[in-house]
Design a protein around this ligand. Structure first.
Ligand code: NAP
Ligand code: ZN
Length: 336
């Protein structure tokens, strides 16, 4: 197999530079994808900066991939060459533990991420275990579907797991890549949706995406004013907040779900409101391959897609700078 060319960070926080590597023989269970599009998830920025202490350099980021099947391992069934497929955060799992057997591969302790300790999707091609490669429904366009592969499933999965339905009142904190897709999915589930944002300029667009209400998070009075209103609040922000205010915003039995990764440990405030009103705090990691297929089908049938700003792959650094400044509306997508 020929070399794979991509863009790699060579040190923590460094600009991406052209880089290539030898992928070796394609394993029997693997699919190789010729990448057409790759979304820029904020997790890529965390990894470039080594925020989580797991990055190894040189490192090619990227885990919101859409492309065409370029090669199939000897044991792979169910895919054809040139078929349009997607790949998200997860590229492999053990396949034998209780979680893999239950179809919850995203909880497997041996899970392998597409761009941790291996090279990701800011490149020409990428490989993964065929179990984590999904067909893309025809109704979805590649640029606006790529961000569904990580950001989309990450917000869809907890809405589904926590039983959001037409009687639910859902809050979404942070209207970025994940948050703007969360509004659309929560609306499709029939919920009344409130967007919590630090960007007042996003109010009109949040309503257009399906939010019924908009709360400016910089106005403490507005935050305190929504006490006791939500069944589920989904936090997609990557910055520390006063979480006790969001716990107060929950109704009895409500749940605060974290998908965004903040720099510091979470402080929740006094425990009595949690006890007396039976509230919960939860986390949620991406979603299983089966859930990803379901989510893509829901997106196709309900017209849910990422609002994207497209950049040529060669302009990845420019796109990353814009994501860092919270200037992208709402997902940057690199195109080959
Ligand atoms: P993003 O596009 O940069 O959006 C994050 C949003 O958070 C921003 O648009 C902004 O929304 C808000 N925000 C930014 N700085 C803030 C601050 N200082 N205070 C309050 N709000 C702030 O990022 P993303 O791609 O959606 O990713 C968000 C987080 O999810 C990242 O930490 C990422 O690593 C994580 N993630 C987790 C999983 C998982 O499996 N759990 C999967 C994917 C990503 P407003 O302008 O509306 O305030
Ligand atoms: Zn991601």
């Amino acid at each position: 197999m020929s070399q794979i060319h991509g863009l790699a960070a060579h040190a923590a926080g460094a600009e991406l530079l052209r880089f290539h590597y030898e992928p070796g023989e394609l394993a029997p269970h693997e699919v190789e994808i010729a990448i057409t599009h790759c979304g820029i998830c904020h997790s890529d920025l965390h990894l470039i900066a080594n925020d989580w202490g797991v990055s190894q350099y040189p490192f090619i980021p990227g885990h919101e991939v859409i492309g065409m099947v370029a090669a199939l391992g000897a044991d792979v069934k169910g895919f054809t060459l040139d078929q349009r497929v997607g790949l998200g955060w997860q590229s492999n799992s053990c396949g034998t533990c209780e979680w893999c057997i239950q179809g919850k591969e995203n909880l497997c302790a041996q899970m392998e991420a597409t761009c941790i300790h291996r090279h990701g999707g800011y490149a020409e091609r990428v490989r993964a275990n065929a179990r984590f490669v999904v067909p893309i429904p025809e109704a979805l366009e590649s640029p606006s579907a790529a961000p569904l592969l990580c950001g989309g499933i990450t917000v869809y999965s907890p809405l589904r797991e926590h039983g959001v339905n037409p009687s639910s009142r859902v809050g979404v904190i942070g209207i970025g890549g994940l948050g703007h897709m969360a509004i659309q999915f929560a609306k499709a589930f029939g919920a009344e949706v409130t967007a919590f944002s630090t960007s007042p300029t996003k109010e009109k667009e949040a309503h257009a995406l399906g939010a019924h209400h908009f709360v400016n998070m910089r106005e403490t009075r507005a935050l305190v004013g929504v006490a006791g209103q939500f069944d589920l609040i989904l936090s997609t922000v990557n910055a520390d907040q006063d979480w006790s205010i969001f716990l107060q915003a929950l109704r009895p039995t409500g749940t605060l779900v974290f998908v965004g990764v903040m720099p510091n440990p979470v402080a929740l405030g006094p425990v009595f409101p949690l006890i007396s009103q039976q509230k919960s705090v939860a986390g949620s990691p991406i979603g299983s391959p089966a859930r990803i297929r379901e989510m893509l089908d829901v997106a196709a049938r309900h017209g849910i897609k990422a609002q994207v700003e497209a950049f040529p792959m060669a302009k990845a650094n420019e796109a990353i700078e814009k994501v860092k400044k919270n200037k992208v509306r709402y997902r940057a997508v690199l195109a080959n």
